[in-house]
Design a binder for this molecule. Structure first.
Ligand code: ZN
Length: 206
């Protein structure tokens, strides 16, 4: 796993280099006449603030950034890189005392068991994890009803997403169905997978 904190603070050139290994799982280095290829399959996790001051969208503090500053900050992450990040999850700041409260969510061990089962389901069905499916394999293992297909296509067009993102949303929906032990991907899975593309939504609106 590669975790990049404060994602927009990395030089754009560095971030753009990640695009190839994110897609192929390999890093190619060319120097003069020599070329070397190294395995580089990793899961990318990144964190960023909503704006330079960090308070955009917060109800506890006022954001002091101009709309232009917010846009320039978010534009540091290019569209093609954003395209390859499957889940964008907004995390709101904690209110006072919230950290001490006992959470009612599942424990890590319960979630781990659920993930392991979902993965085992994928291997049993298609011999590999969902993220490794080619486009034709995806069609085969992620059959959608006509209505769900139309929903997905409309959303992709509205968000201005690429064909690559289309396949990534579909793979995520397949995984969500696997997490819920469902044979078929349904409307709820498609909608949930689309709901994780919040940053595409913001950039397509501006
Ligand atoms: Zn701000």
């Amino acid at each position: 796993m590669l975790f990049l904190d404060e994602l927009p603070e990395f030089p754009r050139k560095v971030l753009e280099v990640l695009r190839e290994p994110l897609e192929s799982g390999e890093v190619r280095i060319s120097r003069a006449r020599n070329q070397a290829c190294f395995p580089a399959r990793f899961q990318l996790v990144a964190a960023m603030n909503p704006c330079p001051c960090g308070y955009h969208g917060s109800d506890a503090n006022r954001c002091r950034c101009t709309p232009d500053q917010v846009r320039r900050y978010r534009d540091k992450i290019s569209g093609p890189l954003l395209d390859r990040i499957d889940m964008h999850v907004p995390v709101r700041s904690l209110r006072q005392g919230e950290l001490q409260n006992k959470t009612l969510g599942d424990s890590s061990s319960v979630i781990r068991a659920r993930v392991e089962q979902a993965r085992a389901r994928q291997i049993a069905r298609q011999g590999k994890a969902n993220h490794q499916l080619s486009a034709p394999e995806l069609e085969q293992h992620c059959e959608l009803t006509l209505a769900d297909k139309a929903l997905l296509e409309q959303a992709i067009e509205k968000l201005g997403l690429s064909t690559r993102a289309y396949h990534r949303v579909l793979k995520l929906a397949r995984t969500l169905a696997d997490m819920a032990a469902r044979e078929q991907v349904n409307t709820v899975d498609i909608s949930e997978a689309l709901s994780y593309r919040t940053l595409d939504r913001q950039s397509s609106n501006t």
